[in-house]
Design a protein around this ligand. Sequence first.
Ligand code: RTP
Ligand code: MG
Length: 141
Amino acid sequence: MAIEQTFSIIKPDAVERNLIGAINARLEAAGFVIVGMRLIQMTVEQAQNFYAEHDGKPFFDSLVEYMTSGPVVVQVLQAENAIAKYREILGATNPENAAAGTIRHDFAISMSKNSAHGSDSPASAEREIACFFGESKIFTR
Ligand code: RTP
Ligand code: MG
């Protein structure tokens, strides 16, 4: 399987509860290499652009409000089969449906405060990485 990069966000609820280290420890233990990482607070424009696929859905405005409510960690993760692999250890969107041992099962508070984001396809990963990282800011190895 090919080495891929995926885009990850440690969301405001997880940053607020000091879970950056715990989540990163899981990522590294699962074989991901963190090749890009920054702590930022998204602007409304950045969040609207990032979640553009959900524009018009009933939860869009609250999603944008939540994602801009505090600092988040944006990351580029590299591994074999990184995109699907991260979605697997992330767990289902709604933590009530997330499998035991997944990040969302263990850390998420609710459907919106669900602790982390991972790209859902190669096209999404490419688009999302480009939203936050220039090529010179990714330390591929
Ligand atoms: P994410 O993009 O944040 O990694 O989450 P996801 O792929 O698992 O889920 P997605 O469908 O892309 O939804 C993005 C975020 O919007 C919120 N959401 N709320 N029906 C709802 O109330 C609803 N559906 C989605 C969640 O916070 C989800 O993470
Ligand atoms: Mg998504």
